[in-house]
Design a protein around this ligand. Structure first.
Ligand code: NOJ
Ligand code: MG
Length: 502
């Protein structure tokens, strides 16, 4: 069994995790100082959102140098120390790799825009205006209704940016770009990283002639950029990873919400190892909707040997606890689902605490995509600054003390202990980690499925309804875990999830 199928990945947004040097921004030494907490919690793989030098227009997803560490976060030496300490504890580390675009402050772009004859001109996507001076196609950039093309007066052409105008898209059709980007992977692989989360990889190949029929909707061209050549680029990337031992892994951010389209990005075991399946973020809290999502995902992935992933929260979306109306019972049920479905789960830092989004007052809004709420700093302690040595860059969630690690660590009934119990259960249980799934049904607001492995069967039941009284669960078995605490085999409380060995 390959390690990444068994892994539980914990996403760290470095700016918001832990600050060691009193500048209000989390950093590598901060992460390093909490490795024992993560081991205690029971996760085994860390994914760090970008730590590269960046002007931070998109908080690190605008990379100005792929082969160094942003000073705010620390140094290469500190990074090496973090990898060493993580590996010594059995933790693996994935970096975020942002291949689709650089920062406009990357020296490659400065060269590219300096003249039409610059050797790096073709490293980015430059096009002439259409007649009447309009942009080459009608694509709209992310988070706005503005064009994905910006006019460069000095050289008289437009450049493409699927995101901010300060995030020009690299031209992956250029072989030098591909080889140079491959070398950036090798740089970190040589330093011992265990793999990469790959930002918007489905955008690497582009069909610039495909005008968007759904005009003026932010990023609506994204589904158009599901083009065959991207799969070639992914096979080349896979080959780079396979130059190394110990199965270095790729997790692609394929922002196509249909699991059938996502499955294609696994190739024939020669493209991505794993891909996000973001449909979960948009699936309502409803037994039938989840049954359909799980069934669609399994039908898309299982026949082609693609191993699914599951995610409830990340740094781009409203946190699951907020989406579920801050109802602790549902939040625990959702965590049970995340950690018992077939596939590799991704846990976003703070999810183990049941953290909600922070309310960010207008004068503290910093993100151009309006995502500050889910990026609020982790509350470690109950005191005023919650373990941060200086006021952090974003406000804390309301009632941060109550959500803090310190408060929850001492409370065996807390969300933190519940998450740890689930992680421990999953860790001990081969059936939950790699068993097949069947018996998927939804009725009367209750979802059930069975995981089975080597003759052992474990049933998961989730009551999505939180208004009715208890419902009977007509199964004989041993209750392994209940999200509602006190064990009552045979019936489910509102919004309760149970794991039952049959
Ligand atoms: C997806 C990342 O998750 C998001 O945070 C970022 O803004 C865009 N890609 C652009 O890199
Ligand atoms: Mg700091």
């Amino acid at each position: 069994m390959t390690w990444w199928r068994d892994a539980v990945v914990y996403q760290i947004y470095p700016r918001s995790f832990r600050d060691s040097d009193c500048d209000g921004v989390g950093d590598l030494e901060g992460i390093r100082s909490e490795l024992d907490y993560l081991v205690w919690l029971g996760v085994d793989t860390l994914w760090l959102s970008p730590i590269y030098p960046s002007p931070m227009k998109d908080f690190g997803y605008d990379v100005a140098n792929y082969v160094d560490v942003e000073r705010l976060f620390g140094s290469l030496e500190q990074f090496d120390g973090l990898i060493r300490d993580a590996h010594a504890r059995g933790l693996r580390v994935l970096l975020d790799w942002v291949p689709n675009h650089t920062s406009s402050e990357h020296p490659w772009f400065s060269e590219s825009r300096s003249s039409r004859s610059n050797p790096r001109r073709d490293w980015y996507v430059w096009r002439d205006a259409r007649e009447a001076g309009s942009p080459p196609n009608n694509w709209v950039r992310a988070w706005s209704e503005g064009s994905a093309w910006t006019w460069d007066g000095a050289t008289g052409q437009y450049y493409l940016h699927c995101f901010l105008d300060s995030q020009p898209d690299l031209n992956w059709a250029n072989v030098d770009v591909r080889q140079t980007m491959h070398d950036t992977l090798r740089f970190w692989l040589d330093r011992g990283v265990d793999g990469f989360r790959m930002d918007v990889v489905h955008l690497l190949g582009k069909d610039l002639d495909a005008d968007d029929p759904d005009d003026l909707k932010a990023m609506s061209h994204v589904p158009l950029n599901d083009v065959p050549v991207t799969h070639e680029y992914l096979r080349e990337i896979r080959a780079v990873l396979e130059e190394y031992d110990n199965e270095r892994v790729s997790v692609g951010e394929v922002y196509l919400i249909d699991p059938n389209r996502v499955a294609a990005y696994y190739g024939r075991g020669d493209e991505l190892h794993l891909s996000f399946n973001f449909a979960s973020l948009y699936t309502p809290w409803n037994a039938e909707a989840w049954r359909d999502l799980i069934a669609t995902t399994e039908a898309a992935m299982n026949p082609v040997g693609a191993w699914p992933t599951w995610v409830m929260s990340n740094h781009d979306n409203v946190r699951v606890a907020t989406r579920l109306g801050a109802d602790d019972r549902r939040v625990r049920a959702a965590m049970t689902l995340l950690l018992t479905l077939r596939g590799t789960p991704f846990l976003y830092a703070g999810e183990e605490l049941g953290l909600r989004d922070a309310t960010v007052p207008p004068d503290r809004v910093v993100d151009p995509g309006g995502r500050d709420g889910c990026r609020s700093p982790l509350p470690w302690d109950v005191d005023a600054l919650h373990g941060w040595p200086a006021t952090p860059w974003l406000p804390f969630v309301d009632n941060a003390s109550q959500f803090s690690v310190e408060a929850q660590r001492d409370d065996p009934d807390s969300m933190l202990h519940f998450t740890k119990t689930l992680l421990d259960l999953r860790h001990r249980d081969d059936t939950l980690r790699h068993g097949d799934i069947d018996g998927l049904v939804a009725s009367d607001g209750v979802l059930r499925f069975i995981r089975h492995h080597a003759g052992r069967r474990v049933m998961v039941v989730v009551n999505f309804s939180d208004t009715d009284s208890a419902v009977a669960v007509a199964v004989e078995g041993r209750l392994l875990l209940s999200s509602a605490g006190g064990a009552r085999a045979g019936s489910l409380l509102p919004a309760e999830a149970q794991v039952i060995e049959l």
